[in-house]
Design a protein. Sequence first.
Length: 114
Amino acid sequence: MSYHAVSALKFLYRWVVKRPEVVASLPRPKEGHSLPTVLSRREVARLLAAVDNQKDRTFLMVVYASGLRVSEVVRLRVSDIDEDRRQIRVRQGKGKKDRYTVLSEVALKAIREV
């Protein structure tokens, strides 16, 4: 049974049927986390080659090379890029936390050309 199904049953018996003891010992299953799909070098090259616009290609390169979310790249400012340390400062990322991530030489070169 899925996590949501168990939660729905617990809610039903606790608040609607008013018999919480029926589901008190029913454990919630742990949700499995799947690994992300990693593109091969060839797939990445094909993806980048399919983009005609240099700005869009640079956007994709930064997303892929730095592991950033699209929402994080959209909020980037020039001041967030540290060329000397080859880092990107991610402000208010997932969980509203600041963090740093790597900036590859290839992505940095593409940024300079835009």
